[in-house]
Every structure is written in C-alpha cells, then in structure tokens.
Design a protein around this ligand. Structure first.
Ligand SMILES: *Cc1c(COP(=O)(O)O)cnc(C)c1O
Length: 383
C-alpha cells in the first residue's frame, strides 16, 4: 500500500481508492442494466475525491458522460485531456456561452435568454450546440416549471443553432419511501413535459432523471441515462433507502494522519479550547495534525473517533483549526508517528463517512466535499 511519505510535508492526507471507484461504477452499471447509460457525476471536485483522477479512471471503465456543476469544472476536465461528453448541471453564466461551444460543454438550460446566448455563440462558431433542458417537476430549484414546459419547447423552436438533445429533471425525495407518491408525481410531470417537447418537434436523444437514490430505488425513473454521484464514491448509507438487495459499494476516500506528539495527562487536567474535556484518570493523549480547516468537523469535538493500531480511539476536547486530540490510553504499543485513520477503512476497522456525518449532524456528501484543498489527495490503484 502506498503511503504519503514523499515530500516530507505535513503527514495528513486523503487516500483515494480508484479501484473502489471503478468497482462502484461497474456495480451501478450492473444494477441499472444494459440500455441505460451511467453518467459519472464529478461535480464539486468529485465530491472532494479529485475530479481529474476520478474522470481518468471512469474513462478507463468506458464512461461516456460526465456531470459537473459549472463550465469551469468542465474546463478542468478538458484541460486534463478528457474528451467525454460533459454536462454542466448549473448551465452557464453570462459570458460563458462561447466557452461552452468551444469546449463542447453541454449546458443544462432553464431560461430562454440562456438558450438565446448559446444560439448566438453557436451561430458565430458555425455549429449546432446541443443542450439538455431541465424541467422543474417539484424540486422547486433549477428548471423550467413543468406546467410551462410546452411553451418553452415552442419558444426554443425559433433558435436554429440550438439542438435540444436531452430533457432532464431532478428528484427531491427519491431516497424517502414515505414520499414515493411525490416521486411518482415528479415522474408523471416529466413524462408529460417530454411528450410536449416531442410534439414541438424536438428529437430527444436522452431522457434522464435519476440521481443515486432514484437509480437504485426507482427503476421506472431511469430513462435511458442515470446520473449517480454519491454511490460512485461509496456513499450510500445515508443516500439510498433500505433496499431488498444490499448494494455492494466500497468507500473510496480515507483520511489519514500521524501522531505528532504523545503526552501523559493527569486526572483533573483539561484538554483543548474551552476546557471542554476533563481527564477522569491518568491518560495518554495523541496530538494529530488535522483540524477543521482540513474538513475534520468541529462538531466532532469530544464525539468523533479515530483508528490507531487496530483500535478505535475517541477524540477528546475541541477539534481546533489545525489540530485534534485523541485519547490513546487504550491503544497498545502506541508510538510517535503512528498512522491515524480519521475517515475510512483501516484493516478490519472502519469509520464510514456516513457515521462521521451522523455524529456531525450532516450528510456524508458534506464530509467528503469538506476535506479541504490543504489535504493532498493520494490516488491508489492496483488495476
Ligand atoms: C448532484 C446531482 C446528481 C447526483 O446526485 P447523487 O445523489 O450524488 O447521486 C444528479 N443530478 C443532478 C442534477 C445533480 O445536481
């Protein structure tokens, strides 16, 4: 196993298991079956995992589409030499129509003025620009209202250099069985919108709706492409509803560090800001060079845990910006420089991002996205 030793810098790093990413991608493909394309969602730097490295591995797995949040994120993939189709979920902002055309970044469109700007840029470039139109079927966020979809479809007909290649929507509660009726309503509205687009002469090549939860839990909503993000990164316990078949998905990220200082602490002494922890006995405490600026949430103060030498060890005191304290009294043979796992798997033991998120009062996506740029990503791969 490769470790972060090179360069001799601060020993806090994130390991990205690209074999696990590839296995998860294959698992999604298996679940959705043939005839349904699997777009690799790489927005937000691949949920903190590193978009370019993840894209290269998904490229090797045969991914045809990548999903990003912004044209800038698409440009990063192009600059790394990736040639896949790229869909920008957030569309584009003023002044970026030319960029989309030039770099073949397909924008999601939800306003007529966006389509007009793209039409003008495509006309100048002498090309026809594909777009995917987003229909708001109940999320209430981006998208043309479903009851205004027919009119939007009609207006788009006037733009000769824009081609509506895809129609999409996004589910609000595909992970909540108690809201399946809502999801069904969204699906019905989407189908009506798709019919309206066809009636207005738009030849839709792609109809896509499903995020991770819908791809696994709502087979009827897969259309001919699904857009999973979380499950590709092995995040599913707080993403998918309970399924008849437990998905076989592997965590992709691990965050590790090393013991920087070991010290005795006597009964009655306190640890960290606010003196929030008081030793009730003689203790051995390790100082770890990772804190909330690295994305190790302050909410884990006195609540998180780490893995050292095959043992779980509790976080004690407040997590500070750059440092965290761990009670290693129970860790046999603990030494300065020992490897510490703050997130992910170490041997038989594991601290899933979902568990960290629950402790911190958030969701797993915010945990992996939150591992900051200060933490170097170290890609691992055997395959
Ligand atoms: C983020 C996102 C997805 C992926 O969602 P997951 O829950 O991570 O699978 C799919 N579609 C859109 C439009 C998104 O913004």
């Amino acid at each position: 196993m490769s470790e972060f030793e090179s360069g001799g810098g601060r020993p806090t790093w994130a390991e990205i298991d690209l074999d696990a990413l590839a296995a998860n991608f294959r698992e999604v493909r298996r679940v959705v079956g043939g005839g349904v394309r699997v777009m690799g969602v790489l927005k937000a730097d691949a949920y903190g995992h590193g978009a370019v490295a993840c894209a290269r591995r998904l490229d090797a797995e045969g991914a045809e589409w990548f999903g990003v949040a912004t044209p800038e994120e698409g440009l990063e993939l192009r600059r790394a030499g990736l040639g896949q189709r790229v869909l920008s979920f957030g569309g584009f902002w003023e002044g970026q129509a030319e960029l989309c055309v030039r770099e073949r970044i397909v924008p999601v469109v939800y306003r007529l003025d966006m389509a007009e700007a793209l039409d003008a840029a495509a006309r100048t470039a002498g090309v026809s620009a594909p777009v995917h139109v987003k229909v708001d079927t109940g999320m209430g966020r981006l998208g043309v209202r479903h009851d205004e979809a027919a009119e939007f479809a009609s207006r788009l007909r006037a733009l000769s250099h824009v081609r509506v290649e895809g129609l999409m929507t996004h589910f609000a509660a595909a992970d909540e069985p108690g809201r399946d009726c809502f999801t069904e309503d969204q699906l019905k509205r989407f189908r009506e919108a798709a019919a309206a687009f066809r009636e207005h002469g738009h030849a839709l090549v792609y109809e896509h709706m499903a995020n991770s939860a819908a791809a696994f839990a709502h087979p009827e909503a897969r259309g001919n492409m699904v857009r999973p993000g979380g499950v590709l990164y092995g995040l599913w316990r707080d993403v998918l509803p309970t399924l008849a078949e437990k998905p076989s998905l592997l965590p992709v990220m691990a965050v590790r560090s090393r013991v920087t200082l070991l010290k005795r602490v006597h009964r009655g002494e306190t640890l960290g800001y606010g003196c929030s922890f008081e030793a009730s006995r003689e203790m051995l405490v390790a100082t770890i060079p990772a804190g909330y600026h690295d994305g190790y949430a302050r909410a884990l103060s006195n609540r998180g845990r780490a893995i050292l030498r095959g043992t779980y060890a509790p976080v004690v005191g407040r997590v500070s910006m750059d440092l965290t304290l761990v009670d290693v009294t129970g860790v046999r043979g603990v030494e300065l420089g020992d490897r510490v796992t703050l997130l992910g798997t170490d041997g038989e033991l594991s601290i899933p991002a979902e568990d960290v998120a629950k402790t911190a009062g958030t969701i797993s996506y915010e945990i992996t996205c939150g591992i900051s740029a200060r933490v170097p990503r170290l890609q691992r791969s055997k395959g």
